[in-house]
Design a protein around this ligand. Structure first.
Ligand code: RIB
Ligand code: CA
Length: 313
């Protein structure tokens, strides 16, 4: 089976960590060409540190890690320590990473990789704000035609937003970047809150991960316990939505998800709704579809995949 070449652009974040673990636990299907850190949940200094902590936890100190944007393309930074903690990976005590960050800037890594690999063979997996990808597109517009697919966690439509009533965090942090990406013409698969809010880290599901009895599993359980507390309080639910692993799960088992091709536009002007993803689900605008927008997911199948793969680490 042909391994799928991927770049993971990420702002760990405990849910980003779960996504990276899922990717590294699936070496038969996925070849991680590199991971690029972006400012998002916490500043770049922490997201860069956190990517490497997760790589070392997964036994991959060799993984190429790059640092990208320290701030959004035009707006001041917005972070989410209230969800992820001061470090972004609060909940589990792990040693500081010893693996290096590569010298090359993440934006140049993305451009160089897309230009050197055969066109249509590299998938971009974005788990945070789209700043790095937008900067790469601005610097090298030709890469839009070389991406196999951009699979991104972000946005929301019938589910609304999570950082404002209208906007999801990854889009809200850098709406101009999102606008650049969604108008680039590259093939996009969108994993919005409408999907991730169906994926709650319920007690029963987390107990199955804990029952694996391995160190990576226990660390993930500890991270999830910290990560979910904000959303459990906010939504009054059994567990919190697990966002970012949907991107990797889609690559491994796309049949877990269903959606449709839609036009998606990004609000960048309105103070009230900036960062909103305007998804034309019912095709009333006449605007051309520019993304495959997911809406439904087999939640039990998703957690079974995550648990089975984490057991391999
Ligand atoms: O809104 C959820 C997204 O914002 C996730 O990617 C989470 O890690 C945060 O980055
Ligand atoms: Ca994230």
């Amino acid at each position: 089976m042909q391994r799928r070449k991927i770049i993971i652009d990420t702002d760990p974040g405990q849910d980003d960590a779960a996504a990276i673990m899922l990717a590294f636990a699936s070496p038969e299907e996925l070849e991680v060409l590199g991971l690029s850190a972006v400012a998002g949940n916490v500043p770049l200094s922490y997201t860069s540190r956190n990517v490497r902590i997760v790589c070392e936890l997964c036994g991959r100190p060799d993984a190429p890690v790059y640092e990208g944007a320290q701030k959004p393309t035009v707006r001041p930074p917005v972070t989410a320590e209230h969800v992820h903690g001061r470090t972004g990976l609060d909940g589990a005590e792990l040693p500081e990473p010893t693996m290096p960050v590569r010298d090359q800037h993440a934006v140049d890594f993305i451009i160089e990789t897309l230009r050197s690999e055969p066109a249509g063979t590299v998938t971009l997996c974005t788990l945070g704000p789209l700043t790095n990808v937008a900067l790469a597109l601005q610097k090298a517009p030709d890469i839009a035609g070389r991406v196999k697919e951009l699979v991104m966690m972000g946005g929301g439509f019938f589910e609304g937003g999570n950082i404002t009533p209208a906007a999801e965090f990854n889009i809200f942090v850098d709406p101009e970047a999102a606008k650049t990406v969604f108008s680039s013409g590259m093939p996009i698969v969108m994993m919005p809150l409408d999907v991730t809010h169906q994926l709650l880290t319920t007690k029963a599901r987390v107990e199955k991960i804990a029952a694996l009895g391995t160190r990576p599993a226990q660390v993930l359980v500890d991270w999830l316990a910290f990560f979910e507390r904000f959303d459990v309080e906010k939504y009054g639910s059994d567990g919190g939505p697990l966002h970012d692993p949907t991107v990797i799960a889609y690559l491994l088992k796309p049949e877990l998800f269903s959606g449709r091709d839609c036009n998606v536009e990004i609000e960048t002007q309105s103070e009230l709704t900036v960062g909103m993803t305007v998804v034309d689900w019912w095709r009333v605008s006449g605007r051309e579809p520019n993304a495959k927008v997911m809406r439904d997911v087999d939640a039990d199948g998703f957690f079974a995949l995550l648990t089975e793969r984490v057991a391999r680490l």
